[in-house]
Every structure is written in structure tokens, then in C-alpha cells.
Design a protein around this ligand. Sequence first.
Ligand SMILES: Nc1ncnc2c1ncn2[C@@H]1O[C@H](COP(=O)(O)OP(=O)(O)OP(=O)(O)O)[C@@H](O)[C@H]1O
Ligand code: SF4
Ligand SMILES: [Mg+2]
Length: 345
Amino acid sequence: MTGTEPILEVSGLVKHYPLTRGILVKKQIGAVRAVDGVDFTLGRGETLGIVGESGCGKSTVARLLVSLEKPTAGAIRYRGEDITGLSPRALKAVRRNIQMVFQDPYTSLNPRMTVGDIIGEPYEIHPEAAPRGDRRRRVRDLLDVVGLNPEYINRYPHQFSGGQRQRIGIARGLALRPEIIVADEPVSALDVSVQAQVINLLAGLQEEFGLSYVFIAHDLSIVRHISDRVAVMYLGRIVEQGSHTEIYDHPTHPYTQALLSAVPVPDPEAREHRERIILGGDVPSPAHIPSGCRFRTRCWKAQERCVREVPLLAVPETLRTAGGPAAHDSACHFAENSLAGRELR
Ligand SMILES: Nc1ncnc2c1ncn2[C@@H]1O[C@H](COP(=O)(O)OP(=O)(O)OP(=O)(O)O)[C@@H](O)[C@H]1O
Ligand code: SF4
Ligand SMILES: [Mg+2]
């Protein structure tokens, strides 16, 4: 399902964490540039997949979207209104509509609370969402909606499997009937066999409740079937974004091409024909981001220009005239729908 009207518009989003030295007198000696200028939109009813390696800033973006943290700069517009400068009261009303599902269902559920109390907890924070007398019934309905037996309402998290616990986390995320769910690696901690079930559940819930999703993963294969659009992050920035077809079948940024080349391909013939790109070196620290293109220290196509000039996220000039699926946002001076890119299907 692809929405047209954006429900969320993110522009120039920045989150820097100060690096300090000294015990009594703290002196700022630098900054961890966890999120360093991110722009994207989320359409109503749409799923945007955000993908990137560990430490590239995905969870920081998630925390900013649900207002768990304040950005250093930039705007987050929900239904056209910037929510970053709202008063605590106005923000509380907005937060009802933008809920988060966390990565680790083992640590994100309080072990001393029953699932009924866990799922019903959002009603304590937003009592206006459900009259007290109706909450138990709602929690039972939510258990049913996520595929758990409503009779389990008095059980504790340790009595459930990982997949079931994530269903409890999802039920809690749905309690306030939000419009947007930010799911931060919701299946990464689960067995592969259970991952698809949880993704299918999320897809079904989207259909049923008209939800919009920001779905975060470290691997392009996880978001493949659920995303309408995909944004690839590297060191605090989006380096390529586009529709499902544009990213999976016509990647133009070397980083995306490398990530895709690592995705398992079930078809043996296709597997034989594709080029495997192994990225050299480590991801640089977000406290010391390379000049020019931040990917240049690991890019096999890097040239002089990449050291000096920051490539902007836009449709590259060379691909614009030809049009077609290769003409989408890519932050590379030498973006091309290369042969390697096409073979990565
Ligand atoms: N509160 C903080 N103070 C200082 N640095 C932080 C803080 N939170 C995150 N960082 C740093 O910001 C960078 C981005 O972290 P973030 O958790 O957003 O990455 P991520 O993409 O979610 O990684 P992962 O895949 O491991 O979950 C990392 O280098 C991290 O160490
Ligand atoms: S701008 Fe240069 S270093 Fe950056 S991805 Fe493109 S070719 Fe590689
Ligand atoms: Mg994370």
C-alpha cells in the first residue's frame, strides 16, 4: 500500500552527542554525529524501510521520531506541524499517535508485570484513551489481534517465547490506536523461523488499521517484502533512497550495491551470475567523519573529488536524463546503474 499524502516529513534532522573531557569542569572536545542531516517523508499507509550497519544512527532516528530525544537541529513534521518545539502538553497528544516497537522483546518487557499490565500501561499515561472499566476488555482484544490467547492476560513475560513476546510488544504499541509505528529492528532478536511470522503480523495489522510504518533493520533482506520505499543509511546520513524496485533492482550507490551483494539469493543461476562485493575496512567513528563523501574510506570507486566534495542526496545528473528506475536519490558523485548493480537481483 503506498500513501500519497505525507503523514511525516523529516528535514535536516541532526542529533549530535557532545564528547566531553574533565571531571569537575567539563570541556567539550568534539561530538558524536549520530544523525547528521537526514531527510525523508512517510506517506499515509506506507512502509519506509531504514537500513544500515550497526552504529549508523538508525535507533537515534527512531528515538527522535517518537520524541524520546530532542534533535540538535532539524524538523519533524507530523500532519504538517513541526513537533520538535512543542510544549510538553501538546507533545503528549502527538506521541499518542506515533508509537514505537522495540528491538529486544527480552529486555523491553518488565518481567515483574503481567502481560495485561504491560499492554495496558499506555492507558495509565493517556487515561483519556480508554475508560478505566473498559481497559481489560481492550487488552484482551489486543491479545487476540496479535494472535495470542486472551486467556494469557495474567501471565508473565518469561512464560512466552521470543516471538510471542514481540507480539506483546506490538500489542502495547497498538493500545493507543496510533497512526504511525516506528519499529526498531523488531525481528532482529528472533529466530529466523519466527521473523517471517512477526513481519506478516505487522503487514496484516497495517492493512487492518491503516498504519504507517518506519521499519528499521540492519539488513536489506529483512525489509524486502514489507517496504514500499527504502532508505539506506551510512554514518548518520541517508545515502540512497527510493521505491522498492529502485533500490533492490537498480541500486546506484556503491554502498547499497555492496549491501545487496551480501543478501542471500535463492535462485542458483542468479547466484552464479552475481558479483559479490566485500567491503574493506571498518565503519569510521561518527566522532571522526571523513571529509567529502563519508563512504570514501571503504568505497572501491572513490576518486580525488570524493575527498573534497560532499555528494548531496538527489537524483544524479547523469541518470536524470535517461529517467527510469535508476533515476532516484543517491548521494554519490559517480552513481551509476552499473552492471554489478543489475546483476545483484
Ligand atoms: N546517548 C548517546 N551518547 C553518545 N553516543 C551515542 C548515544 N546514543 C548513540 N550514540 C552513538 O551514536 C551512534 C549511532 O547509534 P545508534 O544506536 O543510533 O545506531 P544504530 O544504527 O541503531 O546501531 P545498531 O544497529 O547497533 O542498533 C553510535 O556510534 C552510538 O555509539
Ligand atoms: S561519492 Fe565517491 S566515495 Fe562516495 S560513494 Fe560515490 S564514488 Fe564512492
Ligand atoms: Mg539500533
